[in-house]
Design a protein. Structure first.
Length: 113
């Protein structure tokens, strides 16, 4: 049998997890550290989601195909591992075109300052 204190703690803990992120406002844009930049094939080093979105505005199909195949998505892996945005990375993982990748980045950039 749980005490009132345990029940209160469980409710508060659940509520805290449920509301996390709702009132936090825009987050600071995460910058890749030294040596963690994303090196676009035949292109520049990228340090954050804004730079990735800008690069995708000008990327060639060949560059994109180098990073995104049926078995890998380098963009999603970098966003997950370096920029620590798992939700964005999950959506990027499903993208197979430049356009769909850009749309996901535009959507998630709204969460950042």
């Amino acid at each position: 049998m749980h005490s009132m204190t345990d029940a209160t703690f469980n409710v508060l803990n659940t509520l805290s997890r449920f509301t996390q992120g709702f009132n936090d406002g825009p987050k600071d844009l995460v910058q890749a550290g030294e040596g963690q930049e994303f090196w676009l094939h035949d292109g520049p080093a990228l340090r954050n989601l804004k730079e990735l979105k800008h690069a995708l505005d000008n990327i060639t199909e060949e560059q994109f195909a180098y990073h995104v195949t049926d078995s890998k998505n380098d963009f999603a892996a970098w966003v997950r591992g370096v920029l620590q945005d798992a939700d964005c990375a999950d959506e990027l993982d499903r993208c197979k075109t430049i356009l769909s990748t850009r749309r996901v980045l535009i959507k998630f950039l709204r969460n950042y300052k």
